[in-house]
Design a binder for this molecule. Structure first.
Ligand SMILES: NC(=O)C1=CN([C@@H]2O[C@H](COP(=O)(O)OP(=O)(O)OC[C@H]3O[C@@H](n4cnc5c(N)ncnc54)[C@H](O)[C@@H]3O)[C@@H](O)[C@H]2O)C=CC1
Ligand SMILES: O=C(O)[C@H]1O[C@H](OP(=O)(O)OP(=O)(O)OC[C@H]2O[C@@H](n3ccc(=O)[nH]c3=O)[C@H](O)[C@@H]2O)[C@H](O)[C@@H](O)[C@@H]1O
Length: 433
């Protein structure tokens, strides 16, 4: 099939290369000329394991190209996939300006039946609004569909190529059929493709993200309770997750959830509810618990130092919002670093992939260390915010020698409190005695 993917970010690029890999002809389009120029030179603008090799293979095979010429890409395509960003507007709702701008361009360039697919996460009812925008400019036939994406950054290719399920929402039978054919090679059985109306598909995306975020905030809330009661949330987590009705995934307490989606989609869902006069009370609590959780490590450190943060130095390991990505959008580390700077502390940071992105936001307000141990030199405490593999088993004797005071804040519960206390560290994690 001939596909145009509009918006070559985390989702558009992965979807584009994934569809090319199963034999489609794909052109990935973006308004960002620098990004497209880099991709044309063979450079991959984001860190995503396995992506470089897959792009290279498909470009070489002639199935994957990059362009800034959206009109030509649309005219050549049978299926146009919208994967542009839908960032939060000032009031928390999703900013749909990029989606609508693409819809208008599609309308102006329709030259025969096409399926227009929204992969971006958009509020319920957006498919109808897209259809209306396209119709303003054309009398050509087309079908609009919602096809939300469920991939996780850091595991994006695996998630895309072997999805647990695919959701396709449309009121147009021809569009449903085209998309069913497109996805059939990626699913194990036909029941893994869930066909529905567009509104249900749009809501499914928010429901899935809100459910996952609810599990995390629930566990983070219980972690605070655990600590106050002298219980160990890690033991509770494992035992609770052993119930197959609950399951073990997405129950890890930590420094709060970040990323470009959970925080944004939760506030958009709250807005969607309010738009029809329904207050989503559970989702509101998920959001407020998360805001509190992102400040938890900072508060623990402040208490430990009796409020005296001025002039102290804090080492931070992990800046990305999770491991295996360079994405720092809504990362808990940024919240902690900003609090520290505001309190007059200095920060020495390390991350295997995300330092350039942080530099673009914070500039020289903090010190960036190429080596994780270098970040510890002369620091009064080490705070771990992202559970990169290389932080799991550091040389703690060396950590102790380098730190001015042996203080550890484990924002992801990856270290052993007992062993570290035996080594002479002051240790605190999330919800552990
Ligand atoms: N990042 C993720 O893991 C996931 C994201 N999503 C959703 O997918 C959508 C895209 O997210 P990301 O890929 O993370 O965003 P991103 O910010 O990485 O990429 C968006 C791309 O769209 C381009 N763009 C903006 N306006 C454009 C226009 N008018 N024409 C062409 N290109 C345009 C931007 O230059 C950028 O390259 C969002 O709605 C997001 O909620 C859904 C599932 C997973
Ligand atoms: O809509 C999206 O963009 C995507 O959002 C999330 O994916 P992603 O944000 O890439 O990463 P996750 O692995 O879900 O992690 C999100 C945040 O939750 C945190 N988290 C995750 C799991 C957990 O048990 N505890 C926890 O604190 C992570 O550290 C991270 O900060 C969803 O998992 C994807 O299914 C969805 O497609």
């Amino acid at each position: 099939m001939q596909l145009a993917v509009i918006g070559t970010g985390y989702v558009g690029l992965v979807a584009g290369v994934g569809f090319a890999d199963i034999g489609n002809d794909v052109v990935c389009v973006d308004v960002d000329e620098t990004k497209i120029a880099r991709l044309k030179r063979g450079e991959v603008p984001i860190y995503e394991p396995g992506l470089d090799a897959l792009i290279e293979t498909n470009v070489k095979a002639g199935r994957l190209t990059f362009s800034t010429d959206i009109a030509t890409a649309i005219r050549a395509a049978e299926v146009v996939i919208i994967a542009v960003g839908t960032p939060p507007a000032a009031d928390g709702s999703a900013d749909l300006s990029a989606v609508f701008s693409v819809a208008e361009t599609i309308g102006k360039n329709l030259n025969g039946f096409k399926v227009v697919v929204t992969k971006s996460t958009v509020p319920v009812g957006t498919a109808d609004r897209i259809e209306e925008r396209i119709r303003r400019h054309t009398t050509q036939p087309f079908g609009v569909a919602s096809n939300p994406e469920f991939l996780k950054e850091g595991a994006a290719i695996e998630d895309f190529m072997k999805p647990d399920r695919v959701v396709i929402g449309s009121n147009n039978a021809r569009a449903l059929e085209v998309l069913r054919n497109l996805y059939t090679p990626l699913v194990r059985k036909s029941e893994d493709i869930h066909e529905m109306d567009a509104r249900s598909a749009e809501l499914t995306k928010y429901a899935a993200n809100a459910m996952l975020a609810t599990r995390i905030s629930f566990m983070n809330d219980l972690a605070v309770l655990s600590e106050k009661l002298g219980a160990d949330i890690e033991r509770v987590r494992k035992a609770v997750g052993a119930d197959p009705r609950i399951g073990p995934k997405f129950l890890y307490p930590g420094a709060g959830f970040g990323g470009s989606c959970f925080p944004k989609d939760i506030s958009a869902l709250i807005q969607i509810g309010q738009g029809v006069g329904h207050e989503l009370e559970v989702v509101r609590a998920v959001e407020s618990v998360n805001k509190r959780q992102k400040r938890l490590l900072f508060e623990k450190l402040r208490r430990h130092l009796d409020g005296a943060l001025e002039g102290r130095t804090v080492a931070v390991w992990g800046l990305a919002f999770k491991p295996q990505t360079d994405d720092i959008r809504e990362a808990p580390a940024l919240v902690m670093i900003r609090e520290l700077l505001e309190a007059g502390a200095k920060v020495r940071a390390h991350d295997p992939e995300a330092m350039d992105n942080v530099r673009a936001v914070l500039g020289d307000r903090i010190t960036y260390c190429e080596n994780m141990y270098e970040a510890l030199e002369g620091a009064d405490a080490l705070a771990l915010l992202t559970e990169w593999q290389e932080y799991r088993q550091p040389d703690f004797e060396r950590v102790k020698r380098l730190l001015r005071t042996p203080t550890l804040l484990d924002g992801r519960n990856i270290w052993d409190p007992k062993a570290l206390r035996a080594l002479g560290f002051w240790y605190t994690g999330i919800g552990r005695p």
